[in-house]
Design a protein around this ligand. Structure first.
Ligand code: UTP
Length: 303
């Protein structure tokens, strides 16, 4: 049984984690290993997301998986045989690591038979929601947003302004063509980190970009998103786009705001971003950090 909504401190019970994509940018590693299980230092990306979801106070992780990616959910299940062996050998620290993912949050599987797009994947999560859930969080497991805590700020903004709230980063003007860019207007709030969204433009040329605020993989979506997802048409490759459903809500007057996050992000979905994440986590790691820092400095000097 899940806890009632009122016991969730940020009014978010379910975090949806779409993890059924093909991961083509990360082949050949992703031929057999789901990209969500690739480790950042020693922890799979999806466990970092589960930790962020638990910090938000959510109690359910709806993991969208593909038939061939069962290992993703297995990471959130107990492993009695391994646990027994570690226990017998007195490897307590390793035992804690094995038990950590299942203890963070309750993961429930939602199967996506075919990769029909992020919008399609998110739409499938409706079946696991309770009647008292009027909002759902979506966290993309290949997007690390640091420091964590932006979802809490997004929940505050929803409490104040209603509707849906997305996370944005500001990038240099010459970078906008790599991202989904927000068309925004100012809002009158005390903190300057919130803007109202008028629309979105996918990967615009620099001169056509409506702003330098770009989308990330963190969404706090009103339950109305599921109805919108049923009403949009598939785009290229037959995929249902989540941003099309958000755009539909905007045109119908549903309030959508962004919170501008001041921090770092890493795209774990491609090798370049993944390496950066490993270096970032690595140099801040209590055990590996000090020697890694020295080694990187020496390497750069000798290069
Ligand atoms: P991406 O486009 O980044 O992931 O989707 P992908 O399709 O796996 O990657 P490439 O482009 O082939 O390298 C963002 C997130 O949405 C999930 C992905 O698993 C990823 O976490 N997704 C995408 C689904 O769950 N289902 C889909 O049909 C598509």
């Amino acid at each position: 049984m899940s806890k009632p909504m009122k016991l969730h401190k940020h009014a978010v019970k379910t975090v949806v984690v779409p993890a059924a994509g093909l991961g083509t940018r990360f082949l050949p590693a992703t031929k057999t290993v789901p990209k969500e299980l690739l480790p950042v230092v020693d922890t799979p990306g999806i466990e970092l997301i589960a930790e962020e979801a638990a910090e938000l106070g959510a109690s359910r992780l709806a993991v969208i998986t593909a038939p061939k990616k069962q290992g993703v959910l297995a990471h959130f299940q107990e492993h009695p045989e391994l646990e027994r062996t570690l226990e017998e050998r007195g490897k307590d620290e390793q035992l804690d690591k094995v038990r950590r993912a299942p203890s963070l949050i309750r993961a429930v599987p939602v199967e996506q038979d075919k990769p029909l797009g992020l919008g399609h994947a998110v739409g499938l999560a409706e079946e696991v929601l309770d009647d008292d859930e009027d909002v759902v969080a979506v966290m993309l497991p290949d997007d690390l947003v640091l420091p964590t805590g932006v979802m809490e700020r997004m929940a505050e903004v929803r409490a104040e302004l209603g509707g849906s709230v997305l996370c944005a980063f500001q990038v240099e003007p010459d970078q906008v063509s790599n991202y989904g860019v927000f068309d925004i207007e100012e809002v009158d709030t005390e903190a300057g980190d919130v803007k109202r969204v008028l629309g979105m433009v996918e990967k615009p040329a620099r001169e056509d970009a409506p702003s330098t605020f770009v989308a990330t993989g963190r969404y706090l979506l009103d339950r109305a998103i599921f109805d919108a997802l049923r009403r949009i048409e598939p785009g290229k490759g037959g995929e249902l786009q989540l941003t099309d459903a958000i755009e539909l809500l905007i045109t119908e007057g549903h309030p959508v705001h962004i919170v501008i996050h001041d921090g770092r992000r890493h795209d774990l979905g491609n090798p370049g971003g993944y390496i950066r994440a490993c270096v970032d986590y690595g140099i801040h790691h209590p055990e590996y950090g000090p020697s890694l820092r020295r080694w990187v400095a020496e390497l750069l000097e000798s290069d």
